[in-house]
Design a protein around this ligand. Sequence first.
Ligand code: SF4
Ligand code: SF4
Ligand code: FES
Length: 566
Amino acid sequence: MFNVQIDGVWHQFPKGTRVIEACTQAGVYVPRYCYHKKLSAPGNCRMCLIEMGMPRMGPDRKPDLGADGKPIINWMPRPQICCAQDVAEGMGVRTSSPLVEECRKGVMEFLLINHPLDCPICDQAGECELQEFSVEYGAGGSRFLENKVKKPKAVQLGPRVTLDDERCILCSRCVRFCSEIANDDVLGFVDRGSHTVLTAHPGKRLENNYSLNTVDLCPVGALTSTDFRFKMRVWFLKETKSICTSCATGCNTLIGTREDIVYRQTPRENDHVNSCWMCDYGRLNFKYLESENRLLEPQIFNGKELLPSDWTSAIAQAALQLRQVSGANIAIIASGRMTNEELWLTRKIADLLGARYIDIVPRHGEGDDILLSEDRNPNTAGARLVLRLDEEPGAKLLVVAKAVKSGEIRALLALGEDPSDFGISIEQLTNVPAFVAMDILSNTGNEHATVLLPASGFAEKRGSMINGKGRLQRLNRAVRPPGNARDDWEILRDLMQALGGSNGIYTIEDVFRQMSAEVPEFDGLTLSKIGDLGVHVMTVYESPRPPMEPQAKDIEKAEQRHPAGR
Ligand code: SF4
Ligand code: SF4
Ligand code: FES
């Protein structure tokens, strides 16, 4: 540990701590543009200038001590940047001296020389560090009389990022992010002096799957999200802490909403999961919440068509239809997109019905070495644990498809999945006497349900999920579901009550409490104890990909594992 004096107070910091971080830890904020704790520190914006000194050495090469027994500091005559310098024993730092304040005013004046005065119409207004530091540390005026340099505006750097070069302060955060984190060296500066501009290298575009992180990183309004820009002023947004549910990584997010509409998702720092980043695919995967295909009312099939109903009748009808079938002829297709609470209630329903088959639908895509997981289900680990799957997720789907085809399955409960996706034809589905479907959107399969229950999207509900590394994390409600759609756990709780009587579950906390009494991995936890950053609860092992399309040989193999009559 090194002793460091910051603004007259001595502190201790471990070797290797950056001076700018040491200041933050000591409760002193030093303004910065180019510095970002997850990137290299080129020290090119000069906004973090401070006064720095080292201990005065006596003739014996030991520090001279003052009356307080601490080293006397020799202050350097010129200010230093503190973002590229580590702490050293006896170092002194002044962050608010007249010299430092004068320096910051000078840096701000330089940075603003060519910056356009378009704050009122700039999309970054409300979260622009240039505005904020200008007010906090700027000179309040400019001595620049010449014409500002004009630079390119509204340049499409890639499919999702728009660049306004006039606003760029050349901090190089975006350049470093692309080369150091996204492994895509696509951005750079060209031309000299006041005419330097940010651009993509010839023949390249900023189109990697992490491109929108540059928008988060840009301290000014130079890089904006093509999707979000000019849609909503950021000060109108309500931000809800949640997680991305588009793959098994479970990146921590902030969901920006206004009046029950999701406008954007941005990454929330969690060093156990996603550092400060998230991928574009997950970030933009929320538009379906506003889809025209949203299911808005419970519906019951009257023999000819699905007709809107009320919740009481729909749940009673679903329970009636399921109860009329023997458990040996019931299959439940749940989803790796469901929360642990929903999966636990599903398990209870399966036990009440004595359902013969229960499984989830695996979902895979191409992954990368950064964040994106091959497993596109956010809660495969939770499904294995809470549903007590005795085989690989998806292993029973082929058998279920075959059993539906043969007429053995007489009741099918599909939760957030379309049975027609895994080899069950529409004709076969229509032949199932009881097909109860709960989903967010209408799809080819659930149009043929006998009871259709409209559920909630990831931003509309609460619950917990376990990511691909075994971390239990919380999902939070940012908007209300549309129409008469309900939170999935409430629908399942009501169905469970209709099948098995009162169960003492009134809130989602009750579900978690009952679940944690049964699942040892959740022992001692509550939804609130999970906290904003989650808790590691289990070790997860990688599973091989099961086939999605039923092949004759796969069905044979699966039948050997699930012989008829088991
Ligand atoms: S575009 Fe933004 S992040 Fe990139 S160099 Fe310019 S100011 Fe920095
Ligand atoms: S890596 Fe996965 S969890 Fe993270 S933002 Fe992308 S899709 Fe979402
Ligand atoms: S933050 Fe230190 S030079 Fe930019």
